[in-house]
Design a protein around this ligand. Structure first.
Ligand SMILES: [Zn+2]
Length: 209
């Protein structure tokens, strides 16, 4: 068995339009852009449903590979709210990458950091009256005063507080469910902090002269 055994590939001389190998066009989620249509550039069937398929996304043109049922790179869960400043966007993308690849403690720590960052970006002084960085409590209180943490989000805040502390001070297991809760809360925070304003601005642009 060699690396070329049973390999079926899209040949250079064939135009894409005439590429009619069964299953060449696949409905598969793109881990890069969230699109759901891809060209299968090559595949190996191992029988019994196993095998390897190399995909190119028709939307963003990036590649992904599916070994049996596992897609690499892994799909990023949740979504990116509109209107994020570049730094927030970078960290939020890392959060989604961590969550999608099973790095749950890293997910929670980055979410906590993002929460502090959003609070400071929304006028929380970077130093408190003891000349220290604001505490988690101060950051959350500030976000609540600004209307960015709503009463319904409060139970989640308590969760992110405890989980985030664990991640910072000691090693304790963080499950997919916990990390997903914390990340979902953070997504909601980003929506309230940035996306609503961005959508309003967009709408005002459409309604303008
Ligand atoms: Zn894509």
């Amino acid at each position: 068995m060699s690396a070329t055994s049973n390999l079926k590939a899209l040949h250079n001389s064939q135009s894409i339009g005439s590429f009619d190998v069964p299953g060449a066009w696949a409905s598969t989620p793109c881990p890069h852009c969230g699109g759901n249509q891809a060209l299968c550039v090559a595949y190996v069937n191992e029988g019994g449903g196993g095998g390897t398929r190399w995909y190119r996304c028709v939307t963003c043109l990036k590649g992904a590979v599916k070994n049996d049922e596992i897609v690499s790179p892994s799909a990023k869960p949740l979504r990116t709210p509109a209107g994020l400043p570049p730094l927030d966007l970078q960290i939020w993308t890392e959060v989604r990458t961590c969550l999608g690849s099973g790095a749950y403690a890293a997910t929670v720590m980055l979410c906590r950091k993002l929460l502090f960052h959003i609070a400071v970006a929304h006028d929380l002084p970077a130093k408190n009256d003891k000349d220290r960085s604001p505490t988690f409590y101060e950051a959350v209180e500030h976000l609540q005063e600004q209307g960015l943490v709503t009463p319904k989000m409060r139970p989640w805040v308590d969760r992110i507080k405890d989980v985030g502390n664990d991640a910072n001070h000691e090693l304790s297991p963080i499950t997919l469910e916990l990390a997903t809760d914390v990340a979902t809360f953070t997504e909601q925070l980003l929506v309230l902090a940035y996306e609503l304003d961005a959508l309003m601005a967009q709408q005002a642009g459409h309604d303008g002269p």
